[in-house]
Ligand binder design. Sequence first.
Ligand code: MF3
Ligand code: CO
Length: 248
Amino acid sequence: MIVTKSRYEIELMREAGKVVAACHAALADFIKPGVTTAQIDQFVESFLLRHRMEPAQKGYKGYPFATCTSVNDVVCHGFPGSYRLKDGDIITVDMVALHKGLHADSAWSYAVGEISPEACHLLQVTERALYIGIEQAVIGNHISDIGHAIQTYVEAEGLSVVRDFIGHGIGRRMHESPEVLHYGPPHKGPRIRKGMVFTIEPMVNIGTYEVTIDDDGWTARTADGSLSTQYEHTIAVTDNGPEILTRL
Ligand code: MF3
Ligand code: CO
């Protein structure tokens, strides 16, 4: 069942979303060559706590950290640690804030120093793919119209969409119905209704869309070692179209 959210619940998710967005904006300056992924995790955790929000990923299904820090070929769920970022790396930082019982979830990719033209294209296409998906999040469309638009655009750019991780409804729980695929046919499954809140979070690879999971049980990598990026917003469906909650 898809639980729609009240105005008050959306207001709380907007408050959480603004803190998440402010944290990402601050990360854009913080992330540079020489910084470790553990320092990024610490930065995010203290930022959220300082704004009286809980880092909801920590302890979620046993996940040990406040953030996922996914470098280069890591698709998602990378563990923060002693890895020191170097010039030319790309990194996705994923975080979820819990505020008065409601969640806001956003992941963003960052270039570290000077990156290759291929990496730059990957970042640009993935960010654009997110917004192309968001445009489809209007009352009366099908949820699957989002993924169809994303896949069509990404593949036209010669890149591939990860299948194994998807967007999701969000609210009092981090993961709720509906499932939001980033690929597939249009006009299928549930219709989009007012008050739905869900994430759109395409992961895009330069090579194959297939992923493998490390022995830690979490870290997902591209099967061919190619680069991967991700951009994610939490959005609410309103009479005036999609509202991005994880935005300043
Ligand atoms: N923020 C992630 C998402 O978009 C969830 C990461 S799983 C966790 O769904 F265990 F790290 F929380
Ligand atoms: Co996320």
